[in-house]
Every structure is written in structure tokens, then in C-alpha cells.
Design a protein around this ligand. Structure first.
Ligand code: FAD
Length: 469
């Protein structure tokens, strides 16, 4: 009888723990449950859903080359997953199902239900640990708690890392033709909008491997100097691939080891800094399990729930549409809307602008990001937002409020990024680009600032000062 491998956000055949274990047991049939309505309820928009779909098509093709048939079903809700998988097990005669665990609350609950249902039916469902180096709960403080601060987490991460956690799992070899016929290619999902720039994000593990190789060869060594400048392609832009598992963290780490004399924490400053970002990714995945309240729209620091968030619909719309009158913020928001991606420095700047300058509930921004990001990922997005809003783990202190004009002068000094996204300002001299004068605004039609920095800063400080932890 065949083994079932249930793909979710691990759309690759290389270094896929569950697939490799399933294939070691015998012939394999692949399954994918598309829960578009549920994913939409979780806040994902057209960019990510389109990328997911294209990733599935790429995976299907790769699986075909291995004679692994892919069956897919559309379900409305995670609650329908156990029955759908049980049906497939009965249709194919499979008794064992393998999958890689997903850790956020809803996904984890779904997996528990699937395992229980299989158990009750006398079948076996096996969840494998795959997406990060340590399963949540495996890396704890001396007191046995989940880490709330990144630096000690990262130290422990490196200290306890064994070669085994970095060992790549073999891709399966082509199997004999399966008696189970593959389903026809899935139709595109119903999207709530048009994907912004699918051509910028070729899907699949081949595209991911290619990006990783090019990044490490050409940019990785310069990562420290370049990573904060949105006008330079200094980062890997691998986030969508990592979010949907077209690339594994082990593949990233192995590529760094090969490029960096066998080290992750020492050696080339660029490569080690990049590894540290991947550890941030893991940190936030542990946070959502250790502190599951954050999965229910709660602030990590409960006392910050008392912040007097403003219901400023006009301010929110100006932020969303990139017309706050702060060129770097607006350029960033336009990058997000037009590409489905935003540079990390700008995610921090725009998130802080919404939460601090506009004093709008960070959850509004979190949802807007998730709806637009092609790499939208609950743990990283929630972590980033709660960092910027000073409500989270290891968050920025509330009194360190980025000045969007100074950030602009520092991180887009020649105005390259602003000119690209705000063509109406392209002709201004660089000196004025970061803060156009009233006359320049009038001449170009560029809006006046929605808030004045100093007053907005004072208002935010006042709001935070009133809180008692
Ligand atoms: P690189 O600099 O090349 O980093 C390599 C990888 O490390 C990334 O692909 C990503 O997987 C991981 N990574 C890097 N920085 C972080 C970080 N701060 N937190 C967690 N993981 C990180 N990242 C997402 O993947 N999905 C999100 O939905 C998301 N939302 C964010 C929201 C806010 C408000 C902020 C401040 C950050 C958010 N990030 C998110 C983290 C980060 O901005 C992106 O991962 C990064 O910009 C992706 O670009 P890159 O692949 O070129 O990153």
C-alpha cells in the first residue's frame, strides 16, 4: 500500500523530512488540501495565494518526474481536513500519512485533529519536525521557559546546534509508476484581487535554489553594509520561498557552511549576519507557540492593550495608499502594493509610523501587510509588528521612535528608492527629496504630511507613558 505525503507549506522534494521518511517506507502518493477560504479568513491575499498555487504547480511537475501522483482537494476550512485525508487514504488504500508540522495555533490544532482521526480509524498519521532547527519547546531558558529575548535565544540556538539538525534529507528517487492516477492540474484559486507582480516571484524550488546561490555568491558577503538600504538589492528576497517551504532552512545553512569555511557564527560578517536573520525567523515561530495568546490578536505585553489607539480612518487610508506626505513611508507602501514585498528596513519604518505617529492599532497594519505580502507569514509578521509597536517580545523601547525623514536621509541617501516609487518627486534635488518644501509639494501634487513628526512623537510618548506594566 502507498504512503501518503501531505504537502502544506513545504512545497519541495529536496530536503523534505516527511517526504523523505515516507519514501523510505515504500511507494508514495502526494496530497494537497487547498483551503483558500480559510487562508483568506486568516488574512492572506492574492499575492501569497497566487504564489502558493504556482508553487503547487511547480511541485506537481517535479513529482511527476518522480512518478509520484499528486491528489488535491479544495476544502473550506481546516476542520474538513481530517475527513478529506481519510477519504483519500481509503481511495488509495494507504494506511500511513506523513506531514511536516506547522506550529501556529490553528495549523497545529488541525494537525492534532488529523492525527486523532487517523488513530481512531486504525490508521497512522505522523508529524515530522522540519521547518526550523528546534521544535518549539526544545530550546528553553535555564528556568524552562520560552525565550522572550532574541540574543540569549540565538546564543542557545548556536550552542546547542548539532550537525544532525543541519543534515539534508535525500530527495526520493523516481519510483515505479503508481497505480494511483494523478489528479489533473488544479485550477487557479479564486483570489480577492489580482496578484501584483507574479513575474517577480517565479515559484518552485528550482527558482529558490537559484536565488539562494546567486545571493550567496554575489551579495551575501556584502550583506552587513547593504542590507539596510532599500535602493540596493542587498538582501536575499528569499522570504516567500522560505514561507512556503520551496526552500528549507537547512539548505540555507548548508549553503552558508559551504561558503563560509564550515562556520555559521564566525567568519564572514555578511554571512553570519544573514544566518542571524534566519534565527530571528525561528525565534518568532517559537514565540507563537510559547505565548499562544499572540495568535488570538493579543499583544504580547498585556498592559499595552490599554493604549488609546486612534480610529483615524483617513490616516489609515493615507498610510495604506502611500500618501502620508513622508516620502520614504509612501515609497515603501507603494513598493508593497506593487510587488507584494517590502524591504525589512521599511517594514520597520512604516510599521512604526502607523503605530506611533498615527497611533493606529498595530493590528490594522498587521492585517494590511498580511493581505499584501507574498511572503506573509503569521509569526514573522506578528513579531515584526509587535516589535515596531513596542507591544511584543524583545520590542523596540517605546521612546525610540524612528524619525521618518532622518531614516530616509540615512538609508536612501541618494534618493534612488524614493525616485523609483514616487516618480512625481523624481526631479527634486536630493536634498529636498526626503522632506519636500510646501512649494515643492504644491508644484508636484505631493501631499502635505498627515502628521507633524514632533507633535506625533510627543503624542505617542504620552500614550505609552500613561501605561502601567
Ligand atoms: P533577508 O535579509 O535575506 O533574510 C533572510 C531570511 O531571514 C528572510 O527571507 C526571512 O525568512 C528571515 N528573516 C529576515 N528578517 C526577519 C525578521 N525580522 N523576522 C523574521 N524572519 C526574518 N518576514 C516574513 O517572512 N514574512 C512576513 O510576513 C514578515 N512580516 C514582517 C512585518 C514587519 C512589520 C517587519 C518589521 C518584518 C517582517 N518580516 C516578515 C521580516 C523581514 O522583514 C522579512 O523576512 C525580510 O524583509 C524578507 O526579505 P529577504 O528575504 O530579502 O530577507
Amino acid at each position: 500500500t502507498p504512503r501518503l505525503i501531505w504537502f502544506r507549506s513545504d512545497l519541495r522534494v529536496h530536503d523534505n523530512t516527511a517526504l523523505s521518511r515516507a519514501a523510505a517506507e515504500g511507494p508514495v502518493v502526494a496530497v494537497f488540501l487547498r483551503s483558500t477560504p480559510q487562508w483568506r479568513r486568516h488574512g492572506h491575499g492574492a499575492n501569497k495565494l497566487d504564489f502558493w498555487h504556482r508553487g503547487l504547480l511547480a511541485l506537481r511537475e517535479t513529482l511527476q518526474g518522480l512518478n509520484i501522483p499528486l491528489l488535491h482537494r479544495d476544502i473550506d476550512d481546516f476542520a474538513a481536513a481530517p475527513a478529506a485525508l481519510l477519504d483519500i487514504a481509503r481511495e488509495t488504500g494507504a494506511t500511513r500519512l506523513h506531514f511536516n508540522r506547522e506550529y501556529p495555533w490553528n495549523e497545529a490544532r488541525r494537525d492534532v485533529e488529523v492525527t486523532r482521526t487517523f488513530d481512531e480509524a486504525g490508521l497512522t498519521a505522523i508529524g515530522h519536525h522540519d521547518a526550523i532547527a528546534y521544535a518549539p519547546g526544545e530550546l528553553l531558558t535555564g528556568g524552562g521557559d520560552y525565550y522572550k529575548v532574541f540574543t540569549p535565544f540565538a546564543k542557545a540556538w548556536h550552542r546547542q546546534l548539532s550537525g544532525e539538525r543541519l543534515t539534508l534529507h535525500d530527495a526520493p528517487r523516481p519510483q515505479h509508476e503508481s497505480p494511483v492516477p494523478p489528479d489533473p492540474a488544479p485550477e487557479p484559486p479564486t483570489l480577492a484581487g489580482t496578484p501584483a507582480a507574479p513575474e517577480a516571484w517565479p515559484a518552485g524550488e528550482e527558482a529558490a535554489a537559484d536565488r539562494l546561490e546567486r545571493f550567496l555568491r554575489f551579495r551575501g558577503h556584502h550583506y552587513v553594509e547593504q542590507r539596510d538600504f532599500p535602493g540596493v538589492a542587498g538582501t536575499s528576497s528569499l522570504s516567500p520561498y522560505l514561507a512556503l517551504g520551496m526552500l528549507s532552512y537547512r539548505q540555507c545553512m548548508q549553503a552558508v557552511l559551504a561558503e563560509n569555511g564550515g562556520h555559521l557564527a564566525e567568519g564572514d560578517a555578511g554571512l553570519t549576519a544573514w544566518v542571524s536573520e534566519l534565527v530571528w525567523r525561528e525565534f518568532y515561530q517559537h514565540v507563537v507557540v510559547g505565548f499562544p495568546d499572540v495568535c488570538r490578536h493579543h499583544a504580547f505585553q498585556p498592559h499595552t492593550e490599554a493604549l488609546p489607539w486612534r480610529g483615524d480612518a483617513a490616516g489609515l487610508a493615507a498610510w495604506q495608499e502611500g500618501r502620508t506626505g513622508y516620502p520614504l513611508v509612501d515609497a515603501a507602501m507603494r513598493q508593497l502594493r506593487h510587488t507584494g514585498w517590502m524591504h525589512n528596513r521599511l517594514r520597520m519604518v512604516t510599521a512604526m509610523f502607523l503605530a506611533k505617529h498615527l497611533l493606529i492599532d498595530w493590528r490594522r497594519g498587521e492585517a494590511f501587510f498580511l493581505e499584501h505580502l507574498v511572503d506573509g507569514e503569521f509569526a514573522a509578521n506578528n513579531g515584526g509588528w509587535q516589535w515596531a509597536a513596542s507591544t511584543g517580545t524583545d520590542a523596540v523601547p517605546y521612546f525610540r521612535i524612528f524619525n521618518p525623514t532622518t531614516q530616509s536621509q540615512r538609508f536612501d541617501p541618494d534618493g534612488r528608492f524614493i525616485r523609483h516609487w514616487l516618480p512625481e518627486l523624481a526631479e527634486l534635488p536630493t536634498g529636498s527629496l526626503h522632506e519636500p518644501s510646501a512649494r515643492q509639494r504644491q508644484a508636484t501634487g505631493y501631499p502635505a504630511p498627515v502628521v507633524e513628526h514632533r507633535a506625533a512623537r510627543a503624542r505617542a510618548l504620552e500614550a505609552f507613558k500613561g501605561l502601567t506594566p
